[in-house]
Design a protein around this ligand. Structure first.
Ligand code: G4P
Length: 288
């Protein structure tokens, strides 16, 4: 397995966590954005501690890059745990329209209680959380729509915080809660690196590419074969697969050796830009 050298940001994390603990008291629900390709690795376990019993909406984002069958399985997994789920592609806005109905359904008891108290027009308030680069800003822009406007000191809304009014009339805390991923499990670090959530300059690119191509070869052999015209045994290891890819593409260095570093960079770039296909790198059963 690749040797990951990933940095921690304890100062930032403590500050962000405190701010989120304060903010969560102001909202009716928390909307957690995950990368649909790596729903475990892109979640931060602190969200559970920070959000406590607040109703949660899971947004499985980047479905344009994930395996559609796996997206369905992950949605079922989170629903079974009492969370609302929507699946989105923020590039094309697919799934964005599901946001408001999903929030209303998640908070239907609260809405009924507001009605009963004659406070039917009261807007629902939400906070967005997620790891860097998962798509929080893009998602916020889309759900805010044309109407998205900052408001302050509206009746019933706590003073001193900036809120955005959404097209649906809901209110969003304007600063998304940024949580850093947890790297305790080396597999989590690897998966964040495959997707590009962790920058390559801190990584052993060849080791990473070997792990990735081996994983793809095991789970999605037809797609890898189709893209790289590989004729390799099912049990081939990552290094041999990477060499075969390099040879196919004619990546050679002087002396005729295969330029595995170039092959590694090409593989990672093509995986991240979705050229090889739409793959999910972890399944609910990986949690057991
Ligand atoms: P953040 O606030 O959580 O840090 O993430 P942000 O919205 O800035 O999104 C990070 C990158 O991910 C952006 O690309 C954004 O376009 C892209 N992105 C967000 N959601 C999706 C999605 O559902 N599918 C795909 N394929 N990409 C998504 P960028 O390269 O930084 O900018 P640009 O390409 O949009 O110019």
């Amino acid at each position: 397995m690749s040797d990951l050298n990933i940095q921690w940001y304890p100062g930032h994390m403590t500050k962000t966590r405190r701010m989120m603990e304060e903010d969560v008291r102001l909202v009716d629900a928390v909307c957690e954005i995950l990368d649909a390709r790596i729903p475990i690795s892109s979640c931060n376990p602190d969200v559970d501690a920070i959000c406590g019993a607040k109703p949660r909406l899971i947004v499985l984002n980047r479905i344009d890059m994930a395996d559609p069958a796996a997206v369905k399985r992950w949605a079922a997994y989170f629903r079974e745990r009492g969370m609302a789920v929507i699946a989105t592609d923020c590039k094309t806005r697919r799934g964005i329209a599901d946001f408001a109905p999903a929030v209303r359904s998640l908070l239907k008891e609260k809405l009924a209680a507001y009605e009963a108290k004659g406070m039917g027009g009261r807007p629902l308030k939400l906070m967005i959380v997620g790891i860097p680069n998962v798509g929080k800003s893009t998602f916020i822009n889309h759900v805010a729509g044309k109407k998205g406007a900052k408001v302050e000191n509206r009746p019933g809304v706590t003073r001193g915080k900036q809120w955005i009014t959404l097209e649906s009339g809901m209110l969003l805390l304007d600063t998304p809660g940024i949580l850093w991923p947890k790297f305790d499990d080396p597999k989590v670090g690897l998966r964040l690196a495959y997707t590009g959530a962790v920058k390559d300059d801190v990584l052993d690119v060849e080791g990473l590419a070997c792990d990735l191509i081996e994983m793809l070869w095991r789970h999605y052999p037809d797609a890898v074969r189709a893209r790289y015209k590989l004729d390799m045994p099912t049990e081939a290891d990552g290094y041999d697969l990477l060499c075969a890819l390099g040879k196919r593409r004619g990546f050679l260095v002087s002396g005729g050796e295969i330029d595995t570093e170039r092959a590694a960079r090409v593989l990672l770039e093509e995986y991240r830009s979705g050229k090889i296909g739409c793959f999910t790198l972890e399944m609910p059963e990986d949690l057991v």
